[in-house]
Every structure is written in structure tokens, then in C-alpha cells.
Design a protein around this ligand. Structure first.
Ligand code: C2O
Ligand code: CU
Length: 493
């Protein structure tokens, strides 16, 4: 039967319903499973019946005004952000992604290690071609590690147009005691589509306010001027005081595990809930020694799990601010408080801010001796607009070849005037810190790390998951203009 072969794009000869009916007769099941081993990106119509455990994400566009300004939003299932996907650690996660956009797309599962399933990682040009318009692809992989993660398109600069959502993998063994959890997914937001912003950067047409290039310490904190930001899909453009904000309802006495995700295109954010200390218990899904702070920086792609003790009353601001002070707001409201917003007053940042030195694993770590050291020098320029690693601009860059089970130490040096949030696919790494002051005792495990301007960061990891994996700066414009590498962990099939 012709449906046994992978077919590019939408096959008009069969409706999805017909496929499902054929599939449920049983005869097509084996071929369908065979298709899955052919790798992803072939835009095969799924022949696996919708049953318990199979989820659907349909990438579509709609017009919306999440910060009061209307534009086209690209999102999943008509929801923005995309629906929360919640699974148990180790469970088989099966998501059929249907592409109803007019352009190719993909879904990357940011934080998932994908043991043995690198072709399910959803990176355009690295793990396979994207899903053609009208096509579908069934992603199937084991949900590991546990923790707070997210999913997003990994084609061009698409996710900034709204193609992202939260992914929660529940621990089999609890890492803390709390009453319930809540996701706060935060992102910067622009009126113009990502492709337009990228074109402006490439043609030198991005307007910068005077002085914006040279913040204190002459650091640049974002190539695209800040416009607004959203918390769980709601926010306000500047001057707007009426567009509804996200309100998180709490009851006095409860402890809530907040799952914080920075899904921005560009901006690192400092997070605080006024008057409420936060106990940080995990980052990028990996438990860490609990630290109680007033606020914490979250770089693009990073996640933090924090415990919030609701021990007060009234209403309080939930704030996420760029490093130069542009604020994204939501409201924490106690059940017995009147519906009014908190008083508008300038932010007072609490004194205790989470520092990299405070981030330690819960148990001492046995680090492998004699890692293979790979220096990575970051570079970039505004004119022409491009960003590099070791002088090469992805995709015009050599893959880094690694043998399975090699211990890799990346020494990342950043002489540029910007911070770069780096993300590793398929693995977590130990954050050893700065050269000369390495933490070899209890370095925390993460998959996304900020490499500060004029600084160096050393990470070490075991390359135990063969395949083609991406390692890149998560600022969309940097990734799109070269700051990325493919790691080929061999042998793979
Ligand atoms: Cu959030 Cu390469 O991904
Ligand atoms: Cu960068």
C-alpha cells in the first residue's frame, strides 16, 4: 500500500480520518511503527491511532493582542502560550505535530535528553528537515530528565512569534514538599514578526535609542530594543495601563512550587515577587542545594523551580525586569484580597540575589579526570551583523566531533560586549565556573548557562548520547546569524 512509504507533505488522497480508520484495522500498525524509525522530518501523515497518551499540537496563526497591540501570533492549538504538556518522568511522550502554517516548522523539546532518539530533537537542519506546510510529524521519546522544561519551534527565528509552550516532567521521587505547582512562562514580545526584526538587524536598520548600546559597564543587553513582555501570555505595552495581566491566586498558608521559564528571544530577566522570598530548588530540571533569595536572574532558555510561601495577604507585583529596568508584570493575589491591583510603586529589589556561586548540586559530584578540553571563543559584530564561535559562522562551521563516552570540557570565553545564554541539546553539563576558580566538588547540573560579557565559563559533561546535537546561543538573532555548532557524537545511526 502506498501509505507504507514516507511521503513528503500533505497527501490529499487520504483524510486523517480515513488514515485512522485504516490504522485501527490493525494492518497498518506495523508499517506505521516502521515509519518512525526512518527518522523525522519526512512529513509523514501519522497512521497511529489517537489513543490515550497521544497528544496533538497544531501550529496555526491567529490575530491577538497579548500586550494590547494586535498582531499575528503563531502558536499551538490556538492557545498562546501553547498548552501545558505534563508527563511523568520516564513516560513515553508522543506528540503529533500538525503544521497548519504556510511555512515549514518543527518542535524542539528544550531540556529533554532524548536518550537514543536524537532525530526527535526537532532542530531544523541538524536532526532532519522541518515539517512541511500541511504535513505532520509524530515525536516520540522518553520524558527525561524530570523538571521544568519547554518546547518551541527550532526553525529560523520562529519561536519569538509565539511558537512555544511549557513542558513539565514530574519527578518520580519528590525533590521538595509543597502544596501545588504553577508555571510562569515569561517572554519578551515585539510587534514586528521575528523575520522582520532579523532583516532589520542584517541591514543595519535597527534603531537604537542613544546610549542604548552602552549601558553601564558599556554592556549591550539586547540587539533589538525592548518593547514589552508577557507572563503566561499577558502583558502591557509601554503607556498601557488597562490590558489584563496574569493574576496568580494564592491562599494564605500554602506553599507553591513556581516553575519559571524564560522563553524570550533576547532579554535576560530578573525575577521577584515583592515581599516574598523565594527558595530556589532546581534549575533546568536538576535539583540544587536550596537557596533562599529575594530575586534571581533568568537568562534566555533557562528554567528555575522556586518555592513560594504564601504567608501574607493582599496583592503583590510579580516582576520580571530586563537588566536595564524594563518591567514585565503579573499579580500575586491572596484569595481574600479585593480585586484591585497592587499599588503602583517603583521596584525595590531585595538585597539577596541568586549568584552563580550559590548554585551547587545537592550531593558531591565525582567528576571524571582528564576531560578533553575544547576552547570556544565567542565573537560578533553589529556591522555586519553576525555572531561566531571560534571564528566560524554557523551553518558555515565545522561540526565538533566527539566519541561516545568522551568527557568534554568546554572553556567558553566571551570577549564581546553582550552576555550569551548557551544551551546544550541532548545532555546536561556541570557548571564548573570561571577558570582559576573551578568548583570541582559540587557543581550544579544545567543545560543552559549564561556566559557573561568579558568573562569565561567552564562546563564539563559526559557525551553519552550519540547523535547530532546543537550547542548554541539562545538569543534568536545570534543563533540565526552564526553563534551555533553541531556536535557529532559518534558512532550514531
Ligand atoms: Cu531552546 Cu536549541 O533550543
Ligand atoms: Cu548570543
Amino acid at each position: 500500500m502506498n501509505t507504507r512509504k514516507p511521503q513528503p507533505g500533505h497527501d490529499p488522497r487520504f483524510s486523517r480520518r480515513q488514515f485512522l480508520e485504516a490504522a485501527t484495522t490493525g494492518t497498518m500498525l506495523a508499517p506505521a511503527l516502521l515509519l518512525q524509525t526512518k527518522g523525522w522530518g519526512q512529513s509523514v501523515r501519522s497512521t497511529i491511532p489517537e489513543e490515550a497518551g497521544l497528544r496533538t499540537l497544531r501550529a496555526t496563526s491567529f490575530r491577538g493582542a497579548p500586550d494590547g497591540r494586535e498582531r499575528e501570533i503563531w502558536s499551538y492549538n490556538g492557545q498562546f502560550p501553547g498548552p501545558l504538556i505534563r508527563v511523568k518522568e520516564g513516560e513515553l511522550l508522543r506528540v503529533n505535530v500538525i503544521n497548519d502554517l504556510k511555512v515549514p516548522t518543527s518542535v524542539h523539546w528544550h531540556g529533554m535528553h532524548q536518550p537514543g532518539t536524537w532525530r526527535m530533537d526537532g532542530v531544523d537542519g541538524v536532526t532532519g528537515p522541518p515539517i512541511a506546510p500541511g504535513g505532520e510529524f509524530l515525536y516520540e521519546f522518553q520524558a527525561t530528565p524530570a523538571g521544568t522544561h519547554w518546547y518551541h519551534s527550532h526553525v529560523g527565528v520562529q519561536y519569538g512569534d509565539g511558537l512555544f509552550g511549557p513542558l513539565v516532567v514530574e519527578e518520580r521521587t519528590p525533590i521538595a514538599t509543597y502544596d501545588r505547582d504553577e508555571v510562569l512562562l515569561i517572554n519578551d514580545w515585539f510587534l514586528e514578526p521575528g523575520d522582520t526584526l532579523l532583516a532589520q538587524l542584517l541591514h543595519g536598520g535597527m534603531e537604537k535609542m542613544p546610549g542604548e548600546m552602552q549601558m553601564k559597564d558599556r554592556k549591550d543587553i539586547g540587539d533589538v530594543p525592548f518593547q514589552s513582555g508577557l507572563i503566561n501570555g499577558k502583558g502591557r505595552a509601554p503607556q498601557d495601563t488597562t490590558t489584563p495581566l496574569t493574576v496568580m491566586q494564592v491562599t494564605r498558608g500554602e506553599t507553591i512550587r513556581l516553575r519559571l521559564i524564560n522563553a524570550s528571544s533576547t532579554y535576560a530577566l530578573r525575577f521577584q515577587i515583592d515581599g516574598h522570598p523565594l527558595t530556589v530548588i532546581a534549575s533546568d530540571g536538576q535539583p540544587m542545594q536550596p537557596v533562599t533569595v529575594d530575586n534571581l536572574p533568568i537568562c534566555v532558555g533557562e528554567r528555575y523551580d522556586v518555592l513560594l510561601k504564601a504567608n501574607q495577604g493582599g496583592a503583590h507585583w510579580i516582576r520580571a525586569a530586563t537588566l536595564d529596568g524594563n518591567e514585565i508584570l503579573a499579580v500575586l493575589r491572596y484569595a481574600d484580597a479585593p480585586a484591585a491591583a497592587p499599588d503602583v510603586k517603583p521596584v525595590q529589589w531585595g538585597a539577596r540575589a541568586l549568584t552563580p556561586e550559590q548554585m551547587r548540586s545537592r550531593e558531591p559530584v565525582q567528576l571524571a579526570a582528564r576531560p578533553r578540553e575544547i576552547p570556544l571563543l565567542l565573537g560578533g559584530s553589529m556591522m555586519p551583523y553576525r555572531w561566531s564561535m571560534n571564528g566560524q559562522f554557523y551553518p558555515m562551521a565545522d561540526p565538533i566531533e566527539i566519541s561516545k563516552d568522551e568527557v568534554i570540557r568546554f572553556v567558553i570565553r566571551n570577549p564581546t560586549k553582550m552576555d550569551h545564554p548557551f544551551h546544550l541539546h541532548g545532555h546536561s553539563f556541570h557548571v564548573l565556573g570561571k577558570p582559576g576558580a573551578l568548583n570541582l566538588i559540587d557543581p550544579v547540573l544545567k543545560d543552559t548557562i549564561n556566559v557573561p560579557s568579558d568573562d569565561e565559563v567552564v562546563i564539563q559533561w559526559l557525551a553519552d548520547n550519540p547523535g547530532r546535537w546543537f550547542f548554541h546561543c539562545h538569543i534568536e538573532w545570534h543563533l540565526a546569524t552564526g553563534m551555533a555548532r553541531v556536535l557529532e557524537i559518534k558512532p550514531f545511526s
